[in-house]
Design a protein around this ligand. Structure first.
Ligand code: SF4
Ligand code: SF4
Length: 100
């Protein structure tokens, strides 16, 4: 999978498993947030995905008010390709997915 160009339409929204820090200037509804070690971040479900993910379509459910860090995440950029490769390799050998 990682040899193909990454595209969100063919991806399990792997970047939405990353720790997403939320800044004061972001406009994310409070019930989607968690606070840990003095930081504010997107809460995640029991399987590790951001709680704002629309799991029926595997896309952002708060697209218009998603955090700035999500807006800047580059499709097919090095970080995108890296997390997709790691996700793919974990799935391929059937071990538990890690949270980042
Ligand atoms: S930015 Fe990359 S990791 Fe995120 S959904 Fe798109 S292809 Fe997948
Ligand atoms: S806010 Fe949206 S784009 Fe950002 S991690 Fe959550 S579901 Fe993904």
């Amino acid at each position: 999978m990682h040899d193909e160009p990454a595209h969100c339409s063919r991806c399990d929204a792997v970047c939405c498993r990353l720790t997403v820090l939320v800044m004061p200037e972001d406009r994310v509804p409070g019930h989607l947030l968690e606070h840990r070690d003095g930081l504010t971040m997107m809460a995640r479900d029991e399987e590790g995905w951001c709680v704002a993910l629309d799991s029926s379509r595997m896309c952002c459910g708060i697209y218009e008010s998603r955090p700035d860090v999500c807006r800047r995440f580059e499709m097919n950029g090095p970080y995108c390709r890296s997390v997709r490769e790691e996700y793919s390799s974990h799935r391929a050998i059937g071990i538990a997915l890690v949270e980042y």
